[in-house]
Structure formats: C-alpha cells, structure tokens
Write a protein that binds this ligand. Structure first.
Ligand code: ADP
Ligand code: ZN
Length: 595
C-alpha cells in the first residue's frame, strides 16, 4: 500500500533508509521522533501517512518560504495540499479552511503561532485530522540553536488531541536537544528514529585563505561553472564587495544580507531558487528554510562561528544526494578576531568559556591532519572511519617534529618582550638586522640568528600553527604583537614535544580533486543540458522553481534511458501521472531530437 503511494504519487521506486518503517509506524497510528540529516527524505515520513490515513494532515512549519515550496511541490504532484499563513489574504484563508472541513485537503501547512490561536484550535476540533507533523522540531528546545517560544506551546497538541498521532522531525539536534524535544512534545510513548549525521555526498576542503578571491574564482570556473552555489562572507560589506567582484568577472552573483531592504532580499532569494545558475553571496542571514536541492557548493570566505554553524551552513549543499562541495578559507586573522570578540563581549564568564571551547574545536578541525568528516561526526557524538571524500583524506599533509622550532619561536617571543609581530620575529630568527632591531639591540639576543634552517614561509607556517594550537596569542587590537599563552608556558616548562604540518608551496601541491561530475558520458551530458534548458523555460512560463518541475536526478535518468513514450517516462524516478501528463510531451520532443 505505502509502496504504491510512493510510486504513484512521487514516481519513486524504493524507500530510503528507515522511511518505510517510520511511515508504517505512522500509518498505524504511532507517535515518532525522527532525526535525519538534511536531504534524507523527512517530508515523505509524514506526507505518505497523511495520504494513507483518513482526514487532513496538519504540518507545523516555522517558515513561510518552506511551506510555500512544499505546497507547490505537492500540488505539482497532484496532491491536494494547502497552507495558512500571515502573508495570505483572509478570503484565501477562509477558502482553505473550508476545503479542510470538506475533507478536500490531504495536507495543511500552518505556522505554530497560527495553530495555537484560540480560533484555529476550535477549527481543528471540528475537522478530521490524520496526524500532526512538527517540522524543524529543534525549535522547541532552548538547547537547540534556533529556539522559538511558540514551539514550546505545541505540547498543547497532546493534551487537546491525545488520540491523533504526532511526528516531530529535525536534522540538527545533539543529545540534550533530542531529550528535550521528546519531553516537550510528549513523545515518550512513541518511537525514536535516529539516522546519523553524515552527508556522504558533500566533499569538505579547508584551506589557507591567502588569496581567497582568485582561489574562489578558479573554484567556480573550473569546477562549478553555471551551477548554483552559496558564498558566505563575514560582513555585509564583504558580501556587497564579493558579489560585485564576481559580477565583474562574468559570474552571475547576487548579494543577500539583513541590511538590504526586504523587497530586494526577497527578490534575490526568489531568483536564486528559480534559476539554476546563480551564486548567492550572503551573510549567515541567508539559508534558513532554503530547500533548493541542487545547490552544488557552499563556500565560507571566513571561518564560521563554530562547528554546528559550519555543518548547518555546508549542509545546504547537495540535498539531492549528488556530489557537492564545501570549501572554507581559513585565515588566522579571522580566528584572532573571533577570539577577541568573545573576550571583550559582555557575556558571563561561563558563556565565554563555552564559546572559546567551541571556537577551539573549530580551529582543531581547520588545522587537523586527519579526516575532516570524522572530526565533525565525532563532535556530534557519531563514530566513523576515514571518508576518502575530504581534502585531508585525499591529500594528507606531511608533518615534522617541530619541538625545537617551537621552543626557538617561543623563546624569541619571550626575549623580545612579547610585543612584536611575526615579520619582526622572523627577522631575528634569521639573523637579519635593521634599524629597529639595532635600536632595541635585539641583534645581541641569544635567539638572534638561531632559525636559519627554515625560510620565511616555513616560519610563518610554524607561527600560524603555534597560534592556532593556542601556544601563542596575537594582540589583534594593537599591532599584532605575539604573547605566550598559559598553554605556551606549560609547553616550555614540561618540555613537551610537538608535531606540525609541513609547509608546502601552493603550486607544488599535487592536489587530488573530488569528482563532481554526475554524468561521465558526453552524449548524455549534452542531452542533460538540453533537458535542463527546457526545464528553465517551463519554470519561467509556469513561474515555479525548476526543481519543482523535475529534479536533476530525473533529468539525468531521462538522458540515460531516453524514453520515447509516456509509459517509459513513468518508469523514471520522480515522474508520476500528473507530471507525465503536464510536461511529458515537451520532454519527449527534446529527447526525440537525440534519438
Ligand atoms: P529533508 O526534509 O530530510 O531535508 P526531503 O524530504 O526534502 O529531505 O527529501 C530530499 C529529496 O529527496 C526530495 O527531493 C525528495 O523528493 C527526495 N526523496 C525522498 N525520499 C525519496 C525516495 N525514497 N526515493 C527518491 N527520492 C526521495
Ligand atoms: Zn575524510
């Protein structure tokens, strides 16, 4: 029964992961908590049960954009879905409510504040409800990263409608958040399904941002030409500048940040969703509720706030399961800036300690010389083996015993009074003299000229790692003078040993690249591009996003299988009757040209 719905309504042949178990459990009236990574297929877990059960399924969703997307996608599939939100005219709201009363709707999306209003609860008590689904359920918890007070009151659902099954779903929740969700939404009697955090199709690269702009340009041109992507920048100013610069380089890029007027912001978001070759250059204000499946890459021009934020932001790539890339530029100056923001903030000491801890975990990830994915998954409490799909796995850096070098560097910082920057310190280590050095008589120090065995770049590489591993700190507000930290003093006192990553010239590096192509065959590639062009055309004439018509996955399968009849089309993943009737002829016509 549920398999038939999967094929008939969605055009898919098989369930993914635990979908089938979850769906059967819901169809038979159970309660559930589902933790599944982004792109894992959470929506089907409540949509199919709602389609199979009597009545209308009520879906609680916090964002209008998300609701809108889901409802349009369902309508394209021929499912009677509706929504009620504050952006709608009251006559449309009335009509939607009437359709729910008449049992014409199978799914109704609402925002939590609407759901909990007196009038709406009254309305709910008059209609037949198949289930309640609470999407983005982490919003219920103060431990989560996006707490919304309205969500807490959703516990009311259990009290008022104890016999209607409830399912809560989220992609991000650590252990305390999970417990909180189950408790607040009274799901103790239900089953919990946890699918793990890994997003195996995303390739991670974290690299020194020495010349991040040209590096970014090369990354886009060589690897993601004409594809959708997101480029995160730390400030509004940097967003504007980077978007403008990309445009000047002939790349379609749009800015997005909270300082822009709302209308323009909405316009840019809409363009990003509806066209399939736009790069959104944005602050972290962008992304919540963006369900676009074919975002091929996410770039961080600056380090993110912590690993949670990083994983959520990069998680917006590759929802469709095809290869996608996450690239972060890591600059020690960003790190020092974030450290001093925490130090100088008004937050209580305990809070500062947590933030430092989280930032250090992020730096650990940036500087590490082992699988990035393993480090990320361990951070969330999952275990894994090296992934072979990150830069550290593909191109592990050589390390060397840096014990002596570190001692020399620290002692040089100490003897010069802990107030000089890296360039000056390297001059002393190299035994170069200049006016300033002579003025302070630093050419007479015992550390003068003791570091000739490493060149400039090698010393910079060492100093960077000493800073990131918190043996040295930089006075960012002053002139970049280095100090020895508490940790640094312990290192010297305990005569600890230290391994660091070797410096490699950027152009010398033989970098093994991740595969990003989804089609190897050039003939199929050509057909795919032609189908993609048709899809863009249709998307404009119907004014819906291309992925709501067909996903890339569906187009690729078409390019490979080259169906010639409507019956053949129905065998392709993602095509059901409704879509075959609406779009079939147009796609068959294009395919015919290539047969
Ligand atoms: P999530 O909400 O977990 O991020 P979605 O429910 O949006 O994920 O699903 C991600 C994509 O995968 C959607 O385009 C969906 O249609 C597709 N999908 C889900 N389940 C299946 C399946 N069993 N077979 C093929 N595609 C699926
Ligand atoms: Zn790896």
């Amino acid at each position: 029964m549920i398999k038939e719905v999967l094929k008939k309504t969605y055009g898919y042949d098989s369930f993914r992961g635990e979908q089938e178990t979850i769906i059967s459990h819901m169809v038979s009236g159970g309660n559930a908590f589902v933790l599944m990574p982004t792109g894992g297929g959470k929506s089907l877990c409540y949509q199919i049960p709602a389609l199979c059960r009597d009545g209308v399924g009520i879906i609680v969703s916090p964002l209008i954009a998300l609701m809108h997307d889901q409802v349009s996608a369902l309508r394209e599939l021929g499912v009677n879905a509706g929504m009620i939100n504050s952006s709608m005219h009251y006559l449309d709201i009335d009509e939607t409510m009437m359709r729910a009363r008449n049992q014409e709707l199978k799914l109704l999306y609402v925002a939590p504040e609407r759901l909990l209003s007196e009038g709406f609860l009254e309305f709910l008590s008059q209609i037949k409800i198949s289930l309640f689904a609470i999407d983005e359920a982490h919003c219920v918890s103060q431990w989560g990263h996006d707490f919304r007070p309205d969500y807490v009151r959703l516990s009311l659902l259990c009290e008022k409608f104890p016999n209607i099954p409830r399912i809560a779903l989220t992609a991000t929740a650590d252990a305390p958040t999970r417990r909180d969700i189950v408790e607040k939404l009274a799901l103790q009697t239900g089953r919990t399904f946890v699918a793990g955090f890994d997003r195996p199709n995303i390739h991670y690269t974290i690299t020194q941002g020495l010349q991040s702009r040209p590096q970014l340009l090369r990354f886009i041109k060589e690897r993601h030409k004409g594809k959708s992507g997101i480029v995160y920048c730390i400030s509004r100013k940097k967003v504007e500048e980077t978007a403008k610069w990309l445009e000047e380089q002939g790349i379609k890029a749009l800015p997005y940040h909270a300082g822009m007027d709302a209308q323009k912001r909405a316009l840019h978001q809409d363009q990003f969703l509806k066209e399939d070759n736009i790069i959104m250059v944005a602050t972290i204000a962008f992304g919540m509720g963006i369900d676009k499946p074919d975002v091929r890459f996410v770039v961080h021009m600056n380090i993110p706030k912590n690993i949670e934020a990083y994983y959520q932001e990069t998680g917006r790539a590759g929802r469709d399961g095809f290869p996608a890339e996450a690239l972060m530029f890591y600059d020690i100056r960003d790190l020092m800036m974030l450290r001093s923001f925490i130090d100088t903030s008004e937050a209580p000491e305990a809070q500062k300690r947590i933030e430092h801890h989280k930032l250090n975990a992020l730096i650990g990830l940036c500087e590490a010389n082992r699988c990035r994915r393993q480090i990320i998954l361990e951070y969330f409490g999952d275990q894994g083996s090296p992934c072979h799909n990150c830069d550290a796995c593909n191109n592990p850096a050589d390390t060397f015993d840096a014990t002596i070098a570190a001692q020399k560097a620290l002692s040089c910082v100490h003897r010069t009074g802990e107030r000089f920057g890296i360039v000056y310190l390297i001059d002393i280590l190299h035994g170069n003299t200049n006016e300033r050095i002579e003025k302070f008589r630093h050419n007479e120090l015992s550390t003068f000229g003791i570091g000739k065995d490493y060149d400039d770049n090698e010393w910079k590489n060492i100093f960077r790692q000493l800073i990131s591993s918190n043996l040295l700190s930089v006075d960012v507000m002053g002139h970049g003078g280095l100090h020895i930290t508490q940790r640094g003093r312990e290192f010297l006192k305990n005569k600890e040993s230290l391994m660091l990553k070797k410096y490699t010239k950027p152009e010398k590096k033989q970098v093994k690249k991740a595969s990003i192509s989804v089609i190897e065959n050039t003939e199929e590639e050509k057909i795919f591009e032609a189908l993609r062009a048709l899809r863009s055309e249709l998307s404009r004439s119907y004014n819906i996003a291309p992925y709501i018509i067909f996903h890339d996955k569906t187009l690729i399968e078409m390019a490979k299988e080259k169906p010639t009849t409507k019956e053949d089309l129905l065998k392709i993943s993602g095509i059901n009757e409704a879509k075959a009737n609406k779009y079939g002829d147009a796609f068959l016509e294009v395919l015919e040209e290539y047969s």
